[in-house]
Design a protein around this ligand. Structure first.
Ligand code: MRU
Length: 348
């Protein structure tokens, strides 16, 4: 199993995704600000993995607090949550995980013992980690039913083990679920400019599992859909609004429009922690703008002329009418999404 992020006695251990596929290096982050920096710099990325890492970073920071009273610990804890919340704006899993840690702190205060509160926070971060793996197994099983045997599935970015707590992933969880159900599935992975999560990460983790994968550049997707049998598009999500509008890696919207034109079902796979019922539509989703060098350079090699203007939005929003279904760990939601997502959120 790919160990994307792990809690260890020395700190939070992460596979450095910036170096994949050429180097497989694990970093041990020994303080909450090192974890925050790792999230910002894409050592760890993917909405669920960001949420899990933030929860672990908060637990790590709380454990290292030298405060002797609950009030001191609260001050440190609030500051750590603020730092964590300022890392990346789009993936709601980050804010969902921070909120869960806050609530846990609130409930644990009554213990009136700093060490016990720290222990409860650590347990909560580990629970978030374990629940993510369970959720992705569940959505993988639901999604598997939508994938025919002998299917070719196109995906964008990396929504696999590397983007989650590990193991199955979300979009790749659906593919793994279908394969585990005995179906044959081949994957077309968009390379996903500018950070190349498709060619670097999706191709790497699928090859490790011997799942057939073909990488294409993003501008080949239309041609491939027109000339080959593509049975489904499955992508992950960074934030899904109450009406089903979905923020995901830049380029997803373009793929969804192409899928519609070619009558290919376009599925979004995400755990319930990615659904943000507090926002009505995708218009309310903040889109992260990242450094221009991601576009002008590949690693240290400069491609565009010095001083070129660059626009580098890291995500786009796919409107709900282009989405055939949203596959969650509680079941498959279909239009009208306001109703189906609300019903799933009220389950249990
Ligand atoms: O910038 P990234 O690499 O964090 O973006 C990741 C994506 O857009 C993923 O598709 C999304 O987070 C879903 S991951 C299960």
């Amino acid at each position: 199993m790919i160990k994307t992020v792990e809690w260890t006695k020395d700190g939070v251990r992460m596979l450095d995704q910036r170096l994949l596929p050429s180097e497989e290096i694990y970093l041990t982050l020994r303080s909450y600000d090192e974890v925050a920096e790792a999230i910002k710099k894409l050592v760890v990325r993917g909405a669920p993995a960001i949420g899990v890492s933030a929860a672990m970073g908060i637990a790590l920071g709380a454990n290292q607090s030298v405060g002797t009273s609950i009030a001191d610990l609260q001050d440190d804890f609030d500051y750590i949550c603020k730092v964590m919340g300022a890392t990346r704006p789009t993936a709601v899993n980050l804010f969902w995980a921070i909120e869960r840690m806050r609530k846990t702190f609130e409930d644990a205060k009554s213990l009136e013992d700093v060490e016990q509160v720290k222990k409860v926070l650590t347990d909560e971060a580990l629970a978030i980690f374990n629940e993510d793996i369970t959720a992705n197994r569940a959505l993988g099983a639901f999604g598997a039913e939508l994938i025919p045997d002998n299917a070719t599935v196109l995906t964008h970015c990396n929504a696999g083990a590397l983007a989650t707590a590990g193991d199955y992933g979300t979009a790749l969880g659906v593919i793994r679920g279908a394969i585990d159900a005995g179906k044959r599935v081949a994957v077309i992975a968009d390379e996903t400019r500018p950070v190349l999560q498709g060619s670097r990460l999706t191709a790497w983790e699928l090859a490790k599992d011997n799942i057939p994968v073909t990488v294409i550049t993003d501008n080949m997707a239309g041609h491939v859909m027109k000339t080959q049998k593509i049975d489904a598009v499955v992508v992950g999500a960074d934030r899904i609004a109450a009406n089903g509008d979905t923020a995901n890696k830049i380029g997803t919207y373009m793929v969804a429009v192409l899928a519609k034109e070619h009558r290919i079902p376009f599925y979004v796979a995400a755990p319930m922690s990615t659904i943000d019922l507090a926002i009505g539509s995708g218009d309310d989703i903040t889109i992260e703008e990242r450094e221009s060098t991601e576009v002008t350079h590949i690693k240290d090699h400069q491609l565009a002329p010095e001083g070129t203007n660059v626009h580098n939005p890291a995500f786009d929003v796919t409107p709900n009418q282009l989405i055939a279904a949203i596959i969650t760990d509680r079941g498959v939601a279909r239009a009208p999404f306001e109703k189906s997502l609300k019903e799933l959120s009220e389950q249990r």
